[in-house]
Ligand binder design. Structure first.
Ligand SMILES: Cc1ncc(COP(=O)(O)O)c(C=O)c1O
Length: 373
């Protein structure tokens, strides 16, 4: 049996009768950049996340930049973020000219460890970025307390956590500003690049709108420095259709995760993801860890699964503090042991709502055979 890591075709086929006319409508109206489809999507997405404003942008990376840029983060500032995340979280800081300061993750949630933050706060620190990694919200209450105590901004990177909940509230409106990615493989994916910034602040929303559109409200009147970070009309149209299915797809992902957990819990050699008691996990990724044997055993498992038709992913094989681009920051191997262990021993299993029971059973049987025979 073949089990791809991701299957976007099956999902497209299931909504083709709505997607195709939505795209055709953009072509007919030549509404290629921003326009009604984007603003309709922005309103629905903001409502879905219980947040006042959503500003559609060109990618999650651009959203990471805008969320910090609009808060005034600039050269000479420091921004605290987890070492265990995708590189784009750090680009948010570096694109503002600020220095990323990394912190290890917790061993159970895999999100930023709030107990390690105060030790790295300096006079230059301006913001903390909480990433809701793999679809599980970071523990926001202690982060909010630290941010308040030290007068720092708190920003959420929600690229992997559409509709995830922290203590019953959806992420995206639980901090000063937040960013989302609509990269095609995300829980809510566009048919190209796309992202959003969300905030409850009227002032910040106005600023993000200007920054994404050359620093202007009125064409050719550039009140501030800006960039072109606008969302395309086709992406707004696609996202508008897909958003209606996100609740159903999220429940589908949670069911897949439950089934994985049920079938894999007896295998002593692996650690399964844990849904924290404050979180509703939306399982963008389902990451297991190989307990013993390190990198070699993990790579053997990946190869064995691949040889048997099961595609897997690694998220993320090189932690941010060990990336060549951050060599000058002076971090070393051993600085963040939990993040490093995850990089060495983590494997992401196929995860999407359309995975069939047969496929899930096959993946789990294959893992069982690798470890137990
Ligand atoms: C945690 C995180 N932040 C930011 C991004 C950047 O999003 P995009 O690919 O839309 O630029 C991603 C995308 O993979 C991500 O996983």
């Amino acid at each position: 049996m073949q089990v791809p890591f991701l299957d976007l075709k099956t999902q497209y086929k299931s909504i083709k009768n709505e997607i195709d006319p939505a795209i055709q409508n953009i072509l007919d109206n030549t509404a290629f950049i921003l326009g009604k489809a984007v603003s309709d999507f922005e309103s629905s997405f903001a409502k879905g996340h219980n947040v006042k404003h959503c500003i559609g942008v060109s990618s999650g990376t651009d959203g990471n930049h805008l969320a910090l840029w609009a808060l005034g983060i600039k050269a000479g500032d420091e921004v605290i973020l987890p070492a265990n995340t995708f590189i784009a979280t750090a680009w948010g800081a570096t694109l503002c000219g600020a220095k990323p300061i990394f912190v290890d993750c917790e061993s159970d949630s895999y999100n930023i460890d709030h107990t390690k933050i105060e030790a790295v706060i300096t006079k230059k620190t301006k913001a903390i970025v909480a990433v809701h990694l793999y679809g599980q919200p970071a523990d926001l209450d202690p982060l909010r307390e630290i941010a308040k105590k030290h007068k720092l901004f708190l920003v959420e990177d929600c690229a992997q956590s559409h509709f995830a909940e922290y203590k019953g509230n959806r992420v995206g409106g639980l901090s000063d500003s937040a960013s989302f990615s609509f990269y095609p493989g995300k829980n809510l994916g566009a048919y190209g690049e796309g992202g959003a910034v969300t905030t409850n602040s009227d002032e910040l929303a106005k600023k993000v709108k200007m920054l994404r559109d050359h620093g202007a409200v009125q064409k050719y009147n550039h009140e501030m420095l800006g960039h072109n970070y606008r969302m395309e009309g086709i992406q707004g149209a696609v996202l508008g259709v897909k958003l209606k299915y996100l609740d159903k797809w999220t429940e589908g992902r949670r069911k897949v995760a439950q089934k994985y957990i049920e079938l894999l819990k007896g295998i002593e050699s692996i650690i399964l993801p844990k849904e924290m008691n404050y979180a509703k996990h939306v399982y963008h990724l389902f990451v297991i860890q190989v307990k013993e044997g390190g990198n070699k055993r993990r790579d053997d498992l990946v190869k064995y699964l691949g040889d048997n038709g099961v595609s897997t992913g690694l998220h993320y094989p090189i932690p941010l503090h060990l990336q060549p681009c951050f060599k000058d920051l002076g971090y070393r191997k051993g600085d963040f042991p939990i993040t490093e262990k995850l990089a060495e021993c983590g494997v992401s299993l196929p995860m999407y709502p359309e995975l069939s029971d047969d496929q899930i059973v096959y993946v789990c049987d294959s893992i069982q055979k690798f470890f137990i025979g």
